[in-house]
Design a protein. Structure first.
Lengths: 111, 116
């Protein structure tokens, strides 16, 4: 995860929006991903964005990509208690199948 | 999407012993991977398990410490050898069906290992 950095913790009130930020260093990254890990479970792919896009929306999730600044964010609208989890940012370099993960942001949703 | 199971789900082991973790997929998949997730840290790729040949290890990981088998397209094992407390971690198996342009990896639930 040294090439992908995330803030470690986020606390948000139920019903508010959550924004999780990530920076990466590999400019050749073709795809960037957000994975979710619920307690005691493996990782689940939430969404991904191709590097030639700057935004992708999928229901309550909005991904923003600033390729110039190598900055990726995930916005969760109307955050629910079920959104409490660890969220990992990941990238895939060009012509590679390997995923490089950030350290994960622990999101806690409070009532 | 692929469904992955791992055995055991957790174990507590003594220093110097070895543990073999199994990963079973409900369909044939192109690529299988083994990751380590140390407490409070990100996932680190240990190796890619290759069907019918030796695994491809990442920098810092060696076959003697983490032997891997992949006898077919649905099954793989990872052995953690001669364990020390530093090996306490969650070990995750993942697969990529190789059917999409992007890398969609499906992860197993993980094996939580504690070494005393």
């Amino acid at each position: 995860g040294e090439d992908v950095e995330q803030s470690l913790f986020l606390s948000v009130r139920e019903g508010d929006s959550s924004v999780i930020n990530c920076t990466y260093t590999d400019s050749s990254s073709t795809y960037l991903y957000w994975y979710k890990q619920e307690p005691g479970a493996g990782l689940q792919l939430l969404t991904y964005i191709f590097s030639n896009m700057d935004m992708k929306q999928d229901q309550r999730l909005t991904v923003l990509l600033n390729k110039k600044d190598k900055h990726l964010s995930l916005r969760i609208a109307d955050t629910q208690t079920g959104d409490s989890a660890i969220y990992f940012c990941a990238e895939t370099p060009r012509n590679d199948y390997k995923l490089s993960f950030g350290a994960g942001t622990t999101v806690t949703v409070r009532a | 999407s692929a469904v992955i199971s791992q055995k055991p789900s957790r174990d507590i082991c003594q220093r110097g012993t070895s543990l073999t973790i199994q990963c079973q997929v409900d369909s044939q998949v192109t690529m299988m991977f083994w990751y380590r997730q140390q407490p409070g840290q990100s996932l680190t790729l240990i190796a890619t398990a290759n069907q019918g040949s030796e695994a491809t290890y990442e920098s810092g990981f060696v076959i003697d410490k983490f032997p891997i088998s992949r006898p077919n397209l649905t099954f793989s094992t990872l052995t953690v050898s001669n364990m020390s407390p530093e090996d306490s971690s969650i070990y995750l198996c993942s697969v990529d069906e190789g059917t999409k342009a992007y890398n969609e990896q499906f992860f197993g639930p993980g094996t939580r290992l504690t070494v005393l």
